[in-house]
Write a protein that binds this ligand. Structure first.
Ligand code: ZN
Length: 414
């Protein structure tokens, strides 16, 4: 059994160190304070008995749990990030522990009238009878992804203390700056040396994900012509009106607010306009690669058609790919998903296999040569004051890690 109080203490020791990342910084890690936790994690990995513990100049941490069997087993890894989201403050976190939750409203902060209620957050009702860790309403919690770090650390400690559980070589990786999209950027896949890995960075218990969006960004620039309005007839070109023509030429229902599941979209997230120039900023998302390519082609065609209509180059477009669906890289090695699914089933966890409507570090890593599905870490309501995590989910995630290690060593054919 995973030691419950030890796991809680460990988690709290991580979340009470502020590690908020900063998208406006060019350094790695993006904030100096991430070193505070990174250095502590290095010491802890050594203390629990991991080998080859290293931290590089960018604060990427790696460590090894050596195999305890004589036969060949694929080397696998587990990865989490130790930064927290810049969307909400992670300073002075004051966690609240609610034992034996009964489905009631939880007053996070009486003074500011901040309540965590199942009326709004129905997921809470999944956890009746369990122990929840919440915020005091003034910060995020940092379960994203310090729950993942806690689980990996606890699982490694457990495997070290229980040599009767047979496993191959296990690699551990802790990264900075995931929340600003850079967690995988400087990850040395070769040095890590695993055949595949799992990010412990999902939400609800049971989550197992190996599909995410294909993603691109598009900037449409519309050029107008400014002339004195009193003398503008036949001369002025108002770029803002032309911009609306572009906006209206895209399918109206294919936007985030009208799509779910595997439906892709165009998302206009910024407009800056004046008569002379208007800029539209879009993101394009689709799980299906051919539909994704078709979306990009459609935008280009609209630009070409409008330029033809007006007989000049009023419209310019620049489309840049951002990331791709890891499914392309995981499907050829589906046993890595099957093992995780099997591990959950053996632990009486119902696997929730679904496509991520977003990206993940695992997708970048998958394209860097390390296939990397994502597994639940247990938290809910990430990036804000309503974030919470059930202790039981963290324990289950820890057990899933141990079980995956065990099952990988048992299978002799991949
Ligand atoms: Zn995360």
């Amino acid at each position: 059994m995973i030691h419950r109080q030890r796991l809680i203490d460990r988690f709290i020791s991580y979340i009470t160190i502020d590690t908020e990342s900063d998208p406006n910084s060019n350094t790695t890690p993006s904030t100096k304070k991430q070193w505070d936790l990174a250095n502590k994690l290095v010491e802890e990995l050594k203390a629990i008995g991991m080998t080859d513990v290293s931290i590089d100049e960018n604060a990427y941490i790696m460590a090894t749990l050596p195999s305890n069997v004589n036969h060949d087993v694929p080397v696998i890894g587990f990865i989490s990030h130790f930064d927290t989201s810049p969307d909400f403050t992670g300073a002075n976190i004051n966690p609240q522990i609610v034992e034996n939750y009964q489905g009631q409203d939880l007053v996070l902060n009486a003074q500011q009238d901040i309540v965590l209620s199942p009326d709004y957050f129905e997921d809470l009702l999944l956890y009746k009878g369990q122990t929840l860790i919440t915020t005091d309403g003034t910060t995020l919690l940092g379960a994203d992804d310090k729950a993942g770090i806690t689980e990996i650390m606890s699982a490694m400690e457990y495997l070290i203390q229980h040599p009767e559980i047979k496993h191959g070589t296990i690699k551990v990786g802790f990264t900075p700056d995931e929340e600003i999209g850079r967690g995988a950027h400087k990850f040395d896949v070769e040095k890590f040396g695993a055949e595949w890995a799992y990010t412990m960075d999902g939400s609800q218990i049971g989550e197992l994900e190996y599909e995410n969006f294909n993603a691109a960004g598009a900037i449409v620039k519309v050029n107008g012509k400014i002339v004195h309005p009193g003398y503008a007839k036949g001369k002025m070109v108002n770029s803002m009106y032309h911009a609306t023509e572009f906006i209206n030429a895209l399918p109206k229902q294919e936007v985030p607010e009208h799509t779910e599941g595997y439906e892709g979209f165009f998302h206009l997230y910024d407009i800056k306009g004046s008569v002379e120039v208007t800029t539209l900023e879009y993101i394009i998302r689709d799980h299906d690669l051919s539909k994704f390519e078709a979306r990009k082609a459609l935008m280009q065609n609209v630009v070409d058609d409008l330029n033809k209509k007006y007989g000049k180059s009023i419209f310019e477009i620049e489309i840049k790919d951002q990331y791709f669906n890891m499914k392309e890289k995981v499907e050829p090695v589906m046993h890595i998903v099957d093992i995780a699914e099997e591990a959950m089933k053996q632990l009486s966890i119902t696997p929730l296999i679904k496509a991520i409507r977003g990206g993940t570090d695992g997708s970048q890593l998958s394209y860097m040569g390390l296939p990397c599905p994502n597994i639940f870490a247990g938290g809910h309501n990430f990036h804000g004051r309503y974030e919470y995590v059930p202790v039981e989910s963290m324990i289950k995630a820890t057990e899933v890690i141990c079980k995956i290690a065990e099952l990988t060593a048992k299978k002799n054919k991949f």
